[in-house]
Design a protein around this ligand. Structure first.
Ligand code: ZN
Length: 165
């Protein structure tokens, strides 16, 4: 497995982090703050993980501003990689049992795949689990079933943990 860093809300201080031992940078939630510095790490594979519900609503679950569909298309035009990050980004902990979780994951992943096909014309290769929760493998199996090939979760290192004190 490669060395992967994850970024949510982008901050200026992250630009000074030494990422030379990491080969992939993943940006979660499709946040507007990630756009400004997108060219600062040109030697890394960059993947922007998009949750369609956030794109439609304009904010994520923390109220942080999200990209528009036009922004996502611009990233693709610029050669950046887009990944799926579920359709509605729900917390699996809110469900009562595994049956409810599985039902949600299947419905949501199907909806997610359909959104990409309809709005962007392709299904991304990559998928990142919201909150890195792969539900002990259940989510992995469903994401693969719906065509996502490369799955990302807890193995990613939050960039905040790499900041020097
Ligand atoms: Zn997320």
């Amino acid at each position: 497995m490669s060395n992967i860093v994850t970024i949510h809300e982008m901050e200026e201080t992250f630009l000074s982090v030494d990422l030379s031992s990491y080969d992939t940078i993943t940006y979660d939630d499709g946040l507007v703050s990630q756009l400004e510095h997108r060219h600062k790490f040109p030697n890394h594979r960059s993947i922007f993980f998009i949750s369609p519900a956030f794109i439609q609503r304009g904010v994520n679950d923390l109220g942080q501003e999200c990209m528009t569909l036009e922004h996502v298309k611009m990233l693709i035009d610029e050669g950046f990689e887009i990944g799926g990050h579920s359709y509605s980004h729900a917390k699996l902990g809110q469900f009562k049992n595994l049956v409810e979780i599985s039902t949600y994951i299947i419905h949501d992943t199907k909806q997610c795949a359909k959104w990409f096909e309809t709005n962007l014309g392709f299904l991304p290769k990559s998928f990142a689990f919201p909150y890195n929760d792969d539900c002990k493998g259940v989510y992995k199996a469903v994401a693969k079933k719906y065509g996502f090939k490369e799955l990302f979760g807890l193995e990613r290192k939050p960039i905040e943990t790499l900041l020097r004190n």
